[in-house]
Design a protein around this ligand. Structure first.
Ligand code: C2E
Ligand code: MG
Ligand code: MG
Ligand code: MG
Length: 281
């Protein structure tokens, strides 16, 4: 995804091009120092069971508070980290930190960690996962790795090989943002994903009575069910979206309606409660 943006491919002489490149260079300079300066923090967003609304997992989401740039959105710095391969050490920190935190949670609650293609295909990735699990004491079954379809574009068999090794450890693999990339059923035929995450754009479409979105969610849920994979609806914000998604049979729900990404201490505080405080309640 990131290669299209800001790459050196097109030479249209826009006046903003230079300023854009300059800003990127500054951001990269800061990003190179962010790990050692402890500028990263993980937030955790709850994922709930669609039936009883109990917490099944949290997705770890990276936040960067830069000394020079203030808060920088992941949409901005993750592509930059991928282009510069800084995502490899940053991603290793994310894995270790997420596993360390999740080891404190009730044992039925999992943690989901996003992994970029650059990181997945890196030599030491399996060793990094094994290290994060063993140093934290987290059971492999409680770690779910989230990947997007884009990881299969460059070297699909290599990506598949790594994911199979991760599964052999006992970890789950979730297919993130499903339906937004080069969705190919071949990946789904060849790999036993634990979860398919239906992108928020389909959730929004369904709530707007868009017949195509409704049909696609219905088809994805049916396919996942018959392949014994779970489904998560991403980005559920409203009561209406929740009702529609429930009606379509998604197994798990994630979105602002049940909770925004939050600091680790706030996530821990939720375990004392029987049910999440809904936004709409
Ligand atoms: P993602 O993995 O699809 O994560 C879900 C994104 O949707 C998060 O954005 C989350 O805050 C947002 N979201 C959740 N519920 C709602 C909702 O109800 N409404 C709306 N409007 N948004 C919602 P965030 O945290 O900005 O992250 C964006 C993307 O950055 C992630 O998308 C993921 O692709 C990437 N990312 C985040 N952390 C990491 C990381 O540690 N490593 C890697 N490689 N990528 C990461
Ligand atoms: Mg994700
Ligand atoms: Mg997603
Ligand atoms: Mg998404």
């Amino acid at each position: 995804r990131s290669k299209e943006e800001g790459g050196g491919q097109h030479f249209n002489y826009e006046p903003s091009l230079h300023a854009h490149a300059e800003e990127r260079r500054k951001l990269e300079f800061s990003l190179r120092r962010a790990l050692e300066r402890n500028e990263f923090v993980l937030n955790y967003q709850p994922v709930v069971d669609a039936k009883d609304e109990s917490i099944v997992s949290f997705e770890a989401l990276l936040r960067w508070h830069s000394e020079e740039h203030g808060f920088v959105s992941p949409a901005k710095f993750i592509p930059l980290a991928e282009d510069t391969r800084l995502i490899v050490p940053i991603g290793e920190w994310v894995l270790r930190e997420a596993c360390r935190e999740a080891a404190n949670w009730p044992s039925n609650v999992k943690v989901a960690v996003n992994v970029s293609g650059e990181q997945l295909l890196e030599q030491n990735f399996i060793a990094t996962v094994v290290g994060a699990l063993s140093s934290s004491g987290l059971a492999a079954q409680r770690l779910e790795i989230e990947v997007t379809e884009s990881i299969f574009v460059r070297d699909s068999s290599a990506a598949r090989g790594v994911l199979e090794q991760i599964m052999a450890l006992g970890c789950g693999i979730a297919l993130d943002d499903f339906g937004t990339g080069y969705s190919s059923l071949a990946y789904i035929r060849n790999l036993r994903f634990s979860t398919i995450k239906v992108d928020r754009s389909f959730v929004q479409g369904a709530a707007a009575d868009n017949p195509e979105s409704l049909a696609i969610i219905r088809a994805v849920v049916a396919m996942a069910e018959s392949l014994e994979m779970s489904t998560t609806a991403e980005g559920v914000e409203t009561e209406r979206e929740l009702a529609i998604i429930r009606g379509l049979g998604c197994r798990k729900i994630q979105g602002y309606y049940f909770g925004r990404p939050m600091p680790a201490t706030d996530a821990r505080a939720l375990f004392g409660r029987p049910q999440l405080q809904r936004v709409g309640a």
